[in-house]
Design a protein around this ligand. Structure first.
Ligand code: SAH
Ligand code: SF4
Ligand code: F3S
Length: 472
């Protein structure tokens, strides 16, 4: 069925026409990165080639993020610049189409065109399979807005990319397995911008993983806004958990590494914890956002777990996989957060010891329950707390990196480094490592002796015995 779709999506005249060029800029999370690839896959089948040069593009897509105000507002200044570019191209007789995709598109819809008339198409994240058709429509009839949540799944209609396009993804690729969120944390726009939780069936995920692996990819990261809430159907029509899906993915021949992100503490089920013990290719690294260490704030955030629940969970996972390391997300200055609440967050961080983390100042988002709470925290207080938290998290990250010095770690090499002869890869704990090495290591997992922890990466050396035996 998928094959048939591919054929019908392919424009028979595409090969003879001068290829059009598409430039995509993605903001926000990994799902936007993945979505951008699927959009350019769909356009590739219509004769569009991707370009990194916005000035030469016939089509510009801003794949937007609505999570915080700054991310969202940035889009309008970008659109201002694109409007000028579009007008200049027109004087040369070249027409440029501008598309706003992603979560701002979903949240603001037609308002975007009211604010910036140069936009040709506003497309919500569930409608990407309609992109080529909507571009045609916008060319004829003027600006188009499509942010309806369709009945059909985009995944059933998006074309399978060519082997060359898959191979171009490099060494590591994302695969969406779950999308949307039913959790409704009181600060978050995702349940509104991505809609209700949906899961792809096991066979669709496995087929995509197999194609990626056979195009030379070594590492697969299964992604979802709430990935560990995954429950997809298998070939027998049974509901399958993320743990079981990981087990299936781990059996795909040639796969080196599996990761998954982002998880919610409440969905960290026992079978998933056991998978960290039992599936050798599942990496010992887990991004597990906690947001706050204060129970009062966690309750107001609608997280439905306490700080003690989180710490117990971390301990349980560490018992199953002692070398696992953790990262997390934090929000400071949620409405009503007192100094004491903030200290509870600092205490939780001190207790867990994270290998890395992301932290943000609370940003009130229109339409979310927390945005209308009266006890908003001042910007200066937020900034001060964020600086304190980031200092502690940075110390922990550096301590974790320093503890790697003297160890030998398996590194999956991804790309050449900035300096001649350098190659860069990742440890199982997602630390960037660079080595200076003549033979090509890209795509291989090689044991590397860690020599030094720099501010954002590790320096290592490959032992000569490794080079003879390096393999996937
Ligand atoms: N689905 C993921 C993350 C979604 S957004 C999860 O549940 O963890 C990524 C991170 O952005 C969140 O974990 C949170 O820390 C942050 N975030 C979300 N809404 C925010 C807001 N209104 N203000 C500041 N940070 C926010
Ligand atoms: Fe947002 Fe919460 Fe859902 Fe994560 S779990 S996407 S933070 S509502
Ligand atoms: Fe942003 Fe949407 Fe991802 S709001 S974080 S791009 S799900």
């Amino acid at each position: 069925m998928q094959r048939l779709m591919d054929e019908t999506h392919r424009d028979p005249n595409a090969a003879e026409q001068e290829p059009k060029r598409v430039f995509v800029k993605s903001y926000g999370c990994q799902m936007n990165v993945y979505d951008a690839q699927r959009m350019t896959d769909a356009l590739d089948a219509r004769g569009y080639r991707e370009t990194a040069d916005v000035g030469s593009a016939d089509l510009v897509i801003l794949n937007t993020c609505h999570i915080r105000e700054k991310a969202s507002e940035k889009i309008f200044s970008e659109l201002g610049k694109l409007k000028l570019m579009k007008a200049a191209a027109l004087t040369e007789g070249r027409s440029v189409q501008i598309v706003v995709a992603g979560c701002v598109a979903q949240a603001e819809g037609g308002e975007i065109i009211k604010r910036q008339a140069a936009v040709d198409l506003v497309i919500g994240s569930q409608n990407y399979h309609r992109l080529p058709e909507l571009l045609d429509r916008a060319r004829g009839a003027g600006p188009v807005v499509d942010t309806e949540f369709p009945v059909e799944s985009k995944f059933d209609h998006l074309p399978t990319p060519s082997a060359a396009r898959m191979a171009a993804r490099g060494v590591s690729a994302f695969v969406t397995v779950q999308e949307g969120c039913d959790k409704f944390c009181s600060f978050c726009v995702v349940p509104y911008t991505r809609g209700a939780e949906t899961c792809r069936p096991v066979s669709a995920v496995i087929d995509e993983v197999k194609s990626l692996i056979s195009s030379g990819i070594s590492e697969i990261t299964l992604i979802g806004q709430n990935v560990n809430a995954y429950h997809g159907l298998d070939a027998q029509g049974r509901d399958v958990s993320l743990a079981k899906l990981i087990d299936h993915v781990g059996k795909v021949p040639g796969i080196s590494r599996i990761r998954y992100t982002t998880s919610h503490p409440r969905d960290m089920s026992d079978d998933l914890i056991e998978a960290h013990r039992d599936v050798p290719s599942l990496m010992p690294y887990l991004h597990l956002p906690v947001q706050s260490g204060a129970d009062r704030i966690l309750a107001a955030m609608n997280r439905k777990h306490t700080s003690a629940d989180y710490i117990r969970l971390i301990e349980k996972i560490r018992r199953a996989r002692p070398d696992i390391s953790f990262s997390s997300d934090f929000i400071v200055g949620f409405p009503g957060e007192t100094d004491q609440d903030f200290q509870a967050t600092m205490q939780l961080v001190a207790e867990v010891q994270f290998a890395s983390a992301y932290s943000f100042k609370y940003s009130p988002r229109p339409g979310t329950p927390a945005a209308v709470l009266v006890d908003q925290v001042g910007e200066d207080v937020k900034a001060h707390r964020l600086a304190q938290l980031q200092q502690l998290l940075d110390q922990q990250r550096h301590a974790f990196d320093k503890a790697s010095v003297g160890k030998t770690l398996p590194v999956l090499f991804e790309k050449p480094g900035r300096h001649p002869g350098q190659q860069v890869g990742k440890t199982p704990y997602l630390q960037a490592v660079y080595v200076t090495e003549a033979s090509n290591l890209i795509g291989k997992v090689v044991d590397v002796a860690i020599l030094e922890a720099m501010s954002n990466s590790l320096r290592g050396a490959v032992s000569s015995s490794q080079l003879g035996g390096a393999s996937n």
